[in-house]
Write a protein that binds this ligand. Structure first.
Ligand SMILES: [Zn+2]
Length: 432
């Protein structure tokens, strides 16, 4: 027991006249880590004690065998890492369906319930935070985030974008309807035909409580009738989104596959580029110079090809996927070499939730050393959203979000696909 704690306990007794010291009830709990990956110092520490109070880490020190630790979680057989962060998830809705009208065929309640199930699968996989980048039905993500924060639903911390800021008929709108079929308003919340509508809609989303803005700058792979390479907004329209969001302390991230759309988005001042599939050398140089984060979902192309082919997804979707997958991985390698900021994001929902960690081995295979791959899903993902005071490493002041892994993921990154236990805010949420 530290001198300060003895002193505080002593004062407590004087004030409240308690009969005996009860360290177990002090509200402080402890996690003993056999190994601890310090993602900031890029070191592996051995036999550490993480002290937690009110959901946050209050201290990280070496284990002391002469101390008595009340409320101890013993992870001395494990390597302990900060909770992982997926910088590109879609917990709401079944975006994987081959049916373009699927989002219209289910109720809000169904979307929410499925979202809650996806949230549980995601945190059980070690992802204690997600940056959730859009839902066709607006604001279901806002409600799920609020319910997770209130402790009603078990899931990762969610940072949500509410809906897509997209051009009419663009990659973020439900398209392919028969002539005359009306789309309900909750599916059109972010559809913006010009600069002025972009400004109005960004403010509307922020009024509804979103944490960031997602702009669909180019066509999409999974939206029929749009081409991933083609810009769908002008640079002025993207800049309008960035300006309105900045006024209210929010970042804009851009869904952008094609090189031209990526460059327009960078020039417009977006915080990060999602996908970046067809980036060229110029786009990579611009990202590096501007400090724009690259969030490249380099795993799911294999999943889409395998399952989409087996299930008979539209040929157009499979063609666009093949065209973008190889180019994206090559571009990712170049971006890593060029020193572009890399954040981990998988586009979860395109593949089944809970498999987020499968992307690690792809990142390592394409040039990111294991420690950096882990950083991309922890401290770097946090920094990409300026969340590093709350999440992303196991340091004093941050949320006590952490995972336990058997063995050394720096040796074998695929160990992160099978984690043993999860703690969020100091509370155990999952044990294998
Ligand atoms: Zn996405």
């Amino acid at each position: 027991m530290s001198l300060i704690r003895i002193f505080i306990t002593f004062i407590f007794f004087i004030i409240f006249g308690c009969s005996e010291p009860q360290e177990n009830n002090s509200g402080v709990s402890y996690i003993r880590a056999g190994k601890l990956i310090d993602v900031i110092k890029e070191q592996v520490l051995t036999d550490q004690i993480i002290s937690v109070e009110n959901e946050r880490i209050i201290d990280v020190t070496s284990f002391d065998s002469t101390e008595s630790y009340g409320n101890l979680i013993d992870w001395s057989d494990y390597t302990v890492l900060p909770g992982l962060i997926d910088g590109h998830s879609h917990l709401i809705g079944d975006i994987q369906s081959e049916d373009v009208l699927a989002p219209l065929k289910v109720t809000t309640e169904y979307d929410y319930k499925l979202g809650a199930e996806n949230a549980k699968k995601t945190i059980d996989a070690g992802f204690t935070s997600v940056i959730d980048l859009g839902t066709y039905r607006a604001y279901v993500d806002v409600k799920l985030r609020n319910d997770i924060n209130a402790g009603i639903v078990v899931g990762p911390r969610m940072y949500v974008s509410g809906a897509y800021i997209t051009a009419p008929g663009g990659g973020g709108e439900v398209v392919g309807l028969d002539y005359g079929v009306e789309i309900p308003p909750e599916f059109k919340e972010g559809v913006s035909a010009n600069e002025s509508e972009v400004r109005t809609n960004v403010n509307k989303l922020i009024d509804h409580g979103v944490d960031l803005i997602k702009v669909i700058a180019t066509g999409a792979v999974l939206t029929v009738g749009t081409e991933p390479g083609e810009p769908e907004f002008t640079e002025a329209e993207i800049r309008a989104a960035v300006e309105e969001a900045a006024k209210r302390g929010r970042y804009v991230t851009a869904h952008a596959h094609g090189a031209e759309g990526i460059k327009m988005a960078i020039r417009a001042g977006v915080r990060s580029i999602q996908h970046g599939s067809l980036m060229d050398d110029d786009a990579i140089r611009m990202m590096q110079e501007n400090g724009t984060w690259l969030v490249a979902d380099i795993y799911n192309g294999d999943y889409i090809d395998e399952v989409g082919t087996a299930e008979g997804w539209p040929e157009e979707t499979l063609r666009k996927n093949r065209e973008t997958t190889d180019m994206q991985r090559a571009g990712f390698e170049k971006a890593v070499k060029a020193g572009v900021h890399i954040a981990f994001g998988t586009d979860s929902g395109v593949y089944p939730h809970g498999n987020n960690a499968k992307q690690f081995s792809y990142m390592v295979r394409h040039g990111l050393p294991p420690m950096q791959a882990i950083k991309s899903a922890t401290i770097w993902s946090a920094q990409s959203m300026s969340l590093e005071n709350d999440i992303g490493s196991l340091d004093t002041g941050k949320f006590a979000d952490m995972i336990a892994v058997k063995g050394d993921p720096l040796d074998d990154i695929t160990l992160l696909e099978n984690i043993q236990a999860v703690i969020k805010g100091g509370q155990k949420v999952f044990k294998n």
